[in-house]
Design a protein around this ligand. Structure first.
Ligand SMILES: Cc1cc2nc3c(=O)[nH]c(=O)nc-3n(C[C@H](O)[C@H](O)[C@H](O)COP(=O)(O)O)c2cc1C
Length: 191
């Protein structure tokens, strides 16, 4: 299977990159991995012009930046992993820009012409944060569920590595989380 990972951290070598790298090492033993790094991509904020809503068969965004080739890579993959640091209880602003631009992947929401270009895509969330899971990561997890529901995607799992300090300090607990994540994703693809 092809697994597309999206690194949403502004840091190329921060906590999220470290944890995502550990996951990629695991999954790459048996599958193809394609990483997208939002921090080195040019992704403008959604203009809210709704022009894309008239284009159901392809991502019809009028802004021809890196978001469009990113969507093509996502659409051609079996699984998409969204990896973000927890910033103010939500996604990093870099990742949020890409998520807002997902608007062009769904047309006719709430009408009989409802169509998603990522329908049935398996997706998972990976979050690193300085604090705990509880009363801290609930909003990002709910947002991910809502986005996935709107896009008619299947959420395979949501994984949080709490109490992160530095990349070097991410040890056994982080490794256990990414191992479980890789196993869950491989199992979901077999279903
Ligand atoms: C702007 C900002 C906001 C943050 N907000 C939270 C937060 O709401 N909860 C939390 O537990 N950690 C928060 N943190 C800590 C980061 O989530 C944590 O250090 C994360 O692992 C950083 O990942 P990175 O190295 O990939 O950027 C915040 C850090 C920054 C810079």
């Amino acid at each position: 299977m092809k697994v597309t990972t999206i690194l949403g951290s502004p840091k190329k070598n921060g906590n999220t990159a470290k944890v995502l790298g550990l996951f990629e090492e695991q999954i790459a033993q048996d599958h193809n991995v394609d990483r997208i790094t939002v921090a080195t991509s040019s992704i403008k904020g959604c203009l809210g012009c709704h022009a894309c809503q008239k284009v159901p068969d392809e991502p019809g965004c009028v802004q021809k930046d890196d978001a469009l080739p990113i969507f093509e890579r996502m659409m051609s993959s079996d699984v998409v992993i969204y990896a973000s640091p927890l910033y103010c209880w939500g996604f990093s602003s870099q990742m949020k820009a890409l998520l807002d631009r997902h608007f062009c992947l769904v047309t006719g929401y709430g009408t009989p012409d409802y169509k998603s270009l990522v329908q049935d895509k398996n997706v998972a969330l990976l979050v690193t944060c300085a604090g705990p899971v509880e009363n801290n990561t609930d909003l990002i997890q709910t947002m991910f569920d809502r986005m996935s529901d709107w896009g008619q995607c299947n959420v395979i799992g949501k994984y949080v590595v709490p109490f992160c300090t530095t990349p070097d300090a991410i040890g056994a607990e982080g490794m256990e989380i990414v191992k479980k994540m890789a196993a869950d994703i491989a199992a979901a693809q077999c279903q």
